[in-house]
Write a protein that binds this ligand. Structure first.
Ligand SMILES: *Cc1c(COP(=O)(O)O)cnc(C)c1O
Length: 231
């Protein structure tokens, strides 16, 4: 089967699943944005996904993204960074991405502030939460989150648009639901004292996006269920 047929089938399956999850949780379809998690997928496939209707893509590696974003420069794609960001890559990342979804350290915030000042930019970010408290993963631990957000508020070049998480992988996606519920609770609490721009909750991947939607996700990040296996 060619990529166009495959991606089309995948995309329509995803749309159906999203619709069902929205009905089940009485949410509106327009509240959910699909982000194509395109790491290790070709520009060709990203182009096909874009033409099918996905306008937002996320990349994990600055170098890989740079190449693909250049190849796709004629398409009005919105690119978010969703990987672990090293401070020495911030400068380049700010040229490539309209949002950093993985802010999780003060030294990273400092570097973003510094580079943004130089170029007179305001940088939209999500704060990544390590909701499963996994030592090998990035993200702020839940109990440190409010303090962290309080500190980031002092950086006038950084705009916090919401929260992001990547919970522990579970074969049975129902086992991920408690993490999503926790995220939603934290999100709602913090929302009470942030301005109206704090509104995005980025959670859910190929395996569990319908559950993430049921528990309040506004951005779902889908890789292999859309593009097929990563090469
Ligand atoms: C790879 C990746 C995804 C997508 O994962 P799939 O299982 O392929 O859907 C989502 N979020 C992040 C942060 C990722 O690195």
């Amino acid at each position: 089967m060619d990529w166009e047929t495959l991606l089309k089938e995948n995309y329509f399956k995803i749309l159906e699943n999203i619709q069902r999850a929205c009905e089940k949780s009485r949410r509106k379809l327009e509240e959910i944005k699909i982000l194509g998690a395109s790491k290790k997928q070709t520009s060709e496939k990203i182009k096909i996904a874009f033409k099918l209707g996905i306008k937002l893509f996320g990349e994990n590696y600055v170098q890989e993204a740079e190449k693909k974003i250049f190849e796709l420069k004629d398409f009005p794609i919105e690119w978010h960074f969703i990987g672990r960001l090293q401070t020495n890559k911030v400068k380049k990342a700010l040229n490539l991405f309209s949002m950093i979804q993985t802010l999780d350290r003060i030294n990273l915030a400092q570097e973003i502030q510094k580079q943004a000042e130089k170029r007179d930019l305001i940088v939209p970010v999500l704060v990544e939460v390590n909701i499963g408290k996994e030592p090998t993963k990035g993200g702020v631990y839940p109990e440190k989150l409010e303090e962290f957000i309080g500190e980031v508020k002092n950086f006038n070049r950084i705009k916090i648009k919401g929260l992001m998480c990547l919970p522990p992988y579970e074969e049975n996606p129902e086992k991920v639901r408690p993490y999503f519920i926790k995220m939603q609770k934290i999100f709602e609490k913090i929302k009470t004292y942030m301005n109206s721009e704090f509104k995005e909750l980025s959670m859910g991947t190929s395996n569990d996006y319908t559950i993430a939607i049921e528990e309040g996700a506004t951005i779902i990040r889908i890789g292999e269920a859309l593009f097929g296996k990563r090469s």
